[in-house]
Design a protein around this ligand. Structure first.
Ligand code: ADP
Ligand code: MG
Length: 455
């Protein structure tokens, strides 16, 4: 049936759209009367709800379904075929259900089970905003239980705390395959404790957390006000600490600012090293975007990355989301990456930005249209296959930018009379050749792309 659904959808959307969005989807089967499809991250999930839900339900209807329902679920990172940024694996659908009670004791080779495979040191860009936290994490990874215990990392949301914790986990898992590593959010820890109490399995719960070699507890600020969980965590902490097991905690604020946290816990959190992560500087943001693009096998010009990095200044998750938008926008509209495309792609989310068309943008656009590189179009080749694109590029630059003929000439390494000749020639030919006229019109339109393609 899924093949039939896909065939139906394929007839109704463009091939690029199909390849970009529908092909990577995983069919997760029917659950409670709804066809569940796995998508790669929460951005894609939103996108599908907005753009494909109806179409997919139509498809099911056309295949005879009475009251078709389609829903989208974010796949855990391990199943993520694309390398674009994705969210960490979703929590178990029933919070904390039974893990403490029924899960077998992890065997050595799944000691990374609770870790997101992408959150490694290799994938962590170090900048002035996070270099202290990074150095501390690395020191802890190299000598767990000995360097700083606990390591307490704090900072605003989306700045890499979880990533850094997982990185330590991976590092230790690789060197010591038999170490037990447990990553848990404070929320999950709390839920599991509640379940354990209800099911009378607190002993198992304790054994589980007190037998790990590395305990990573995320968003510890959520302990605030939870007395029973604090009590339990206090004993877990002591047990691990006394046997020199490494503990890493993250929080959105330093221990002293966590309200209603028991004094004895607060002081323990301050025993080791407290380090923070700040918002990334411009250069770090660009470097993060560059790494993400490279990992996705996508080549995006530096000036485009810089434009994105200027738009999103604080949260790295949002920065990655912005990059995905630009990638999606460019592939759906079938236009190469340019600052105009990026500005348009982001204009619905951030303040619309007027971006002036530059010579290089036109050159790239024309080159991409003809399947050539910008350097070839700008080069000295005299074959008709490159001369025409070169002349069109000069014509459009004159049309879309404020540059003078000598400036355009300089850009192409030619004198202004050659450029004038090229421009006249294209102008003449457009009058005679309707196909060329369409080509030039389309190229011009691509660079003045209206934000009508909603993302
Ligand atoms: P936090 O836990 O502080 O809210 P996360 O660790 O979840 O933030 O990071 C949010 C996103 O940003 C993740 O996709 C993460 O991989 C990415 N990220 C954060 N810091 C960096 C960095 N320095 N280099 C590369 N990616 C980063
Ligand atoms: Mg986090």
């Amino acid at each position: 049936i899924w093949t039939d659904v896909l065939a139906y959808v394929r007839k109704n959307i463009s091939e690029v759209e199909y390849k970009t969005w529908l092909e990577p989807v995983k069919n997760l089967g029917v659950q409670q009367g709804s066809l569940v499809l796995g998508v790669r991250n929460s951005f894609a999930q939103e996108w599908f709800r907005k753009h494909y839900q109806e179409l997919l339900e139509d498809a099911l209807r056309s295949l005879g379904a009475q009251n078709p329902q389609v829903s989208f679920q974010v796949l855990p990172a391990a199943q993520d075929a694309l390398l674009l940024p994705s969210d960490p694996p979703p929590p178990p659908s029933v919070p904390g259900a039974g893990r403490a009670a029924s899960a077998p004791v992890p065997t050595p080779d799944d000691n990374r089970k609770s870790l997101n495979p992408k959150y490694t040191f290799e994938n962590f860009v170090v900048g002035p905003n996070n270099n202290l936290a990074h150095a501390a994490a690395l020191a802890v990874a190299e000598s767990p239980g000995k360097a700083y215990n606990p390591l307490f990392i704090y900072g605003d949301v989306g700045l890499g705390k979880t990533h850094l914790m997982h990185a330590v986990g991976h590092y230790i898992a690789e060197r010591f395959p038999d170490k037990r590593i447990e990553y848990v959010s404070t929320e999950t820890f709390t839920n599991e404790l509640i379940n354990a109490i209800r099911e009378d399995k607190t002993t198992q719960f304790r054994n589980r957390y007190r037998s790990v070699d590395l305990l990573l507890v995320d968003d510890i600020q959520f302990l605030a006000g939870k007395e029973r969980t604090q009590e339990e965590f206090f004993h877990t902490f002591n047990a691990l600490y006394e046997s020199h097991k490494q503990i890493i905690l993250s929080s959105d604020r330093p221990p002293k600012d966590i309200q209603t946290l028991e004094g004895r816990l607060r002081s323990r959190f301050e025993w080791g090293l407290i380090t923070d992560i700040q918002s990334p500087e411009f250069e770090t943001r660009v470097a993060i975007l560059k790494m993400n693009a490279e990992q996705g096998g996508i080549n995006i010009p530096q000036d485009v990355l810089e434009l994105i990095a200027r738009q999103v200044t604080s949260n790295i998750r949002e920065l990655e989301g912005a990059l995905m938008r630009v990638v999606a926008f460019s592939s759906l509209n079938n236009v190469p990456f340019s600052r105009m495309v990026a500005a348009k792609a982001l204009s619905n989310v951030f303040a619309p930005q007027e971006v002036k068309v530059e010579m290089i943008d036109v050159l790239r656009q024309v080159a991409a249209h003809y399947g050539l590189t910008p350097d070839v179009v700008r080069g000295s080749g005299r074959a008709r296959e490159v001369v025409l694109p070169r002349q069109i590029a000069q014509y459009l630059i004159r049309d879309l930018t404020d540059h003078s003929l000598p400036e355009i000439g300089q850009f192409f390494g030619r004198d202004h009379s050659t450029v004038m000749h090229a421009i006249n020639k294209v102008g003449e030919q457009i009058g005679k050749d309707p196909e060329l006229r369409d080509t030039v019109a389309n190229l011009r339109r691509a660079m003045q792309l209206e934000p009508d393609t909603e993302i």
